[in-house]
Design a protein around this ligand. Structure first.
Ligand code: NDP
Length: 250
């Protein structure tokens, strides 16, 4: 029987590779995202169902529920990214210098945006669907090597995701459902960096791996597929690092 699978943020990058993997296996896949056009194009390409949803918005997540399969076997909390990259200044442009009320307001807004995008989005979505998760199912959330690198609000949000996952694993375990985090290092061919990745920084990221290559969305899809498979039924409450051997402190 085909499994019911929700991949959040499934129109591009890692989410698209994960969704494609499951669709190619014959599973029933729903993908979400905020932008309708790329979402629908991706769904058509891989044979999935597209539902527009902002996973930071409780109302939008509630509206998603009737569009999902009644039985959900796998939830992949992939939607997210470093929201600092959405500003022209990039990381570090979150509030400017000084402690004026305006600067502090801007700092708080930027900080919360990362927490919402990467931590609340996963918790909210899981809360909404946990009642329909099937025994033997899996929740896989996409963390980041940034959680171990002191990477501002983004890294803190991904570290929080790993911490939240521990409680989730305890809660879902008695129902035979696993909960794990896959923490990628630098993954090429996604929209993650917007236009903020210089050639020098890319070379530096690749150079800090043991294997001397950029990770691919397919690398992460393979790890997610494993954690959602029969072979991983005794693996829960873990963070699986997929980073080509990059050391956490570099
Ligand atoms: P992309 O930007 O290509 O993918 C992110 C996807 O999530 C987009 O399709 C985006 O679509 C969607 N999305 C973002 N926010 C929301 C939201 N609030 N609600 C619904 N959909 C949302 O980048 P990646 O594929 O690289 O990122 C996937 C995950 O991997 C992220 O969680 C990211 O933090 C993580 N990661 C990526 C790394 C990398 O090097 N690429 C490294 C470590 C972790 P839309 O904008 O239309 O909503």
């Amino acid at each position: 029987m085909a499994r019911g699978i929700l991949v959040t943020g499934g129109a591009t990058g890692i989410g698209l590779a994960v969704a494609r993997h499951f669709a190619d296996e014959g599973e029933t896949v729903v993908i979400t995202g905020r932008r309708q056009a790329p979402l629908e194009a991706a769904a058509k390409e891989i044979g999935a169902t597209a539902v527009v949803c902002d996973h930071t918005d409780p109302q939008a997540v509630a509206r998603l529920l009737p569009r999902l399969p009644g039985r959900l076997d796998v939830l992949v909390n992939n939607a997210g990214g470093n929201t600092d990259f959405d500003t022209p200044e990039g990381v570090g442009g979150d509030g400017g210098d000084g402690a004026t009320p305006e600067a502090l307001e801007a700092f708080a807004r930027a900080f919360r945006a990362n927490l919402d995008a990467n931590l609340l989005s996963a918790a909210l979505t899981t809360k909404a669907v946990e009642g329909r998760l099937a025994p033997g199912g899996a929740v896989v959330s996409i963390g980041s090597i940034a959680a171990d690198k002191g990477s501002g609000a983004y890294g803190a949000a991904k570290a929080g995701l790993a911490s939240w996952n521990l409680g989730l694993a305890r809660e879902l375990g008695p129902r035979g459902i696993t909960a794990n985090v896959v923490a990628p290092g630098y993954i090429a061919d996604t929209e993650f960096f917007r236009d903020h990745l210089t050639a020098e920084r890319r070379a530096q990221l690749i150079g800090s791996t043991a294997v001397g290559r950029a990770g691919t969305p397919g690398d992460i899809a393979g790890a997610v597929a494993f954690l959602a498979s029969e072979a991983a039924r005794d693996i829960t409450a873990q963070v699986l690092n997929v980073n080509g051997g990059e050391r956490g402190t570099r």
